[in-house]
Design a binder for this molecule. Structure first.
Ligand code: COA
Length: 373
C-alpha cells in the first residue's frame, strides 16, 4: 500500500459576478410581468424574492457565473452559451482544463505525469463521450479517463476513488477535475433556488508518496469515506427519457426538470447526517472534532455549516476553524469545499489535521481526513 498525497489544487472562478440586488431586481421585474399575465388568466400570483431573506437564510451575497449574458434579462433568465460543434472543445471540458492546468502547475507536474483523469461533477454536459476523456485529450494525457457524479459530493467521491486507486498501486497520479456550471441548469425563475448557486471549476492531483519521500507543505490523504441515503429532496429530472414521456417530442420541455429542492428538509436531514458522519469518521481514527485544525465543508448554507459544527463540537465554532467562501461565491456545488481548502491551508503547521467534507444530493456525503506534511 502506498501513502497518498494531494500534490496540487487548481481553482478557476469566472470573472463575471451577480449581486443579490441584481438577481432579485431581475426576478421581481419578471414576477411583475408574470403576475400581470396571471391577473388575466386567474392563475395564482407569484411572490417576490428578497435580498434580506437570501442573506439571512443562506449567507450568500453574490455569485460568480461562467456566462453572465442572458441571466439577468427578465425575458430570458438563462445564460446564453452558444452551442459548439463536435470538433470544438466543449464548454465544460474547457472550464475543467483551465482548473486542471492550475492543479498541475501547483503540483509541479505536466500532463505526461498523469495516468488517469476523473471528471467528477454534479452535472455533465452530455453522457458521452465522457467529459473526462475530452479533458484528457485536450491536455495530452495518456492512460484513461471517466466521468462520475454524486451531486455536491462529486469531488469528494472522486477523491475517494482516486486515493484508493493510488493507495492500492492501480494508478500513479490521478487528476480529479470538477467543472461546475450550475447556472446552466438552474431555474432563475424559481424563488426557492434562484439565489443559491454559482459557477467554479476545481482540480486536484492525487499521487503516491514514494518510499522515504517527504513533500513538506502538501497534504497526506490518511483516509476517505462515503455515505449515501436515497432522497428526492434535491433532484433534477433532466434525462434521456424526458422526450419519451412527452406527447410533443419535437423539443424537451425544461420546465419542472431543472434543479429543485425542499431546502428546509435538506437543511435538517443533512445537518443531522453530516455531523454524525464527521464524528463517526473521526472516531474511527481515534480523533474528535477538537483534534482537527481545519474543516473544509461543503458550501451550501452558512447556518447549516454552523449547526453541523455546533453539533459536532458541542459549542459554536468560528470561521478560522471552518472557513466559508459561500458569501462571495454562492453554492458552487462540488467545487465549494475544494475552494475552501485551496484558500485556507497555508497557515496550517506540519502535523495539523484537516477534514474535507462535502454533502448534497443523493443524499450523499464524502469525507477525506488529511494531515499536513
Ligand atoms: N425570497 C423571499 N422569501 C423566500 C424566498 C426568497 N427568495 N424563498 C423562499 N422564501 C420564503 C418561503 O416561501 C417561506 O415562506 P413561508 O414561511 O411564508 O412559507 C420562507 O421564506 C421560508 O422558506 P424555507 O424554504 O423554509 O427557508 P429556509 O430558511 O429553509 O432557507 C434555503 C431556504 C434553501 C436557503 C435553506 O433551506 C437551505 O440552504 N437548505 C439547505 C440546502 C442544501 O444544503 N442543499 C444542498 C444542495 S447542494
Amino acid at each position: 500500500m502506498h501513502r497518498v498525497i494531494i500534490s496540487g489544487v487548481g481553482v478557476v472562478i469566472p470573472e463575471a459576478s451577480i449581486t443579490n440586488e441584481e438577481l432579485v431586481d431581475s426576478f421581481n421585474i419578471w414576477v411583475d410581468a408574470e403576475n400581470a399575465r396571471r391577473e388575466i388568466t386567474g392563475e395564482e400570483k407569484l411572490a417576490k424574492s428578497d435580498t434580506d431573506f437570501i442573506v439571512y437564510a443562506s449567507g450568500v451575497k453574490k455569485r460568480h457565473v461562467l456566462v453572465l449574458d442572458g441571466i439577468l434579462d427578465p425575458e430570458r433568465m438563462t445564460p446564453r452559451i452558444p452551442p459548439r460543434g463536435d470538433d470544438e472543445l466543449s464548454v465544460m471540458a474547457e472550464f475543467g482544463v483551465a482548473s486542471a492546468r492550475r492543479a498541475l502547475d501547483d503540483a509541479g507536474l505536466g500532463p505526461e505525469d498523469i495516468d488517469l483523469v476523473i471528471c467528477a461533477a454534479s452535472h455533465h454536459q452530455r453522457p458521452y463521450p465522457a467529459i473526462g476523456i475530452e479533458i484528457q485529450n485536450a491536455l495530452g494525457i495518456k492512460g484513461a479517463a471517466f466521468d462520475m457524479g454524486l451531486g455536491c459530493s462529486s469531488a469528494a467521491a472522486g477523491l475517494h476513488v482516486a486515493s484508493n486507486l493510488v493507495r492500492a498501486g492501480g494508478q500513479k497520479r490521478v487528476l480529479v477535475v470538477t467543472p461546475e456550471i450550475i447556472t446552466g441548469h438552474l431555474n432563475f425563475r424559481d424563488r426557492q433556488t434562484h439565489f443559491i448557486f454559482g459557477d467554479a471549476s476545481t482540480a486536484m492531483v492525487v499521487e503516491a508518496l514514494e518510499e522515504g519521500e517527504t513533500r513538506p507543505g502538501k497534504f497526506e490523504v490518511l483516509d476517505t469515506r462515503g455515505w449515501t441515503q436515497f432522497s428526492s429532496n434535491i433532484r433534477t429530472n433532466l434525462g434521456f427519457l424526458l422526450r419519451a414521456g412527452q406527447e410533443d417530442t419535437s423539443a424537451i420541455d425544461m420546465r419542472g426538470n431543472m434543479i429543485k429542492q425542499v431546502g428546509n428538509k435538506v437543511f435538517k436531514e443533512v445537518t443531522v447526517a453530516g455531523h454524525r458522519f464527521i464524528v463517526d469518521f473521526l472516531a474511527e481514527h481515534g480523533l474528535t472534532p477538537h483534534g482537527i485544525r481545519r474543516f473544509w465543508l461543503h458550501q451550501a448554507n452558512a447556518r447549516m455549516n454552523a449547526m453541523i459544527l455546533k453539533l459536532s463540537f458541542g459549542h459554536d465554532v468560528g470561521h478560522d476553524r471552518a472557513p466559508m467562501v459561500l458569501e462571495r461565491l454562492g453554492n458552487t456545488a462540488a467545487a465549494g469545499a475544494i475552494i475552501a481548502f485551496k484558500e485556507n491551508h497555508e497557515d496550517m503547521k506540519a502535523g495539523d489535521y484537516g477534514l474535507l467534507c462535502a454533502f448534497g444530493a443523493g443524499y450523499s456525503i464524502g469525507g477525506a481526513l488529511l494531515r499536513k506534511l
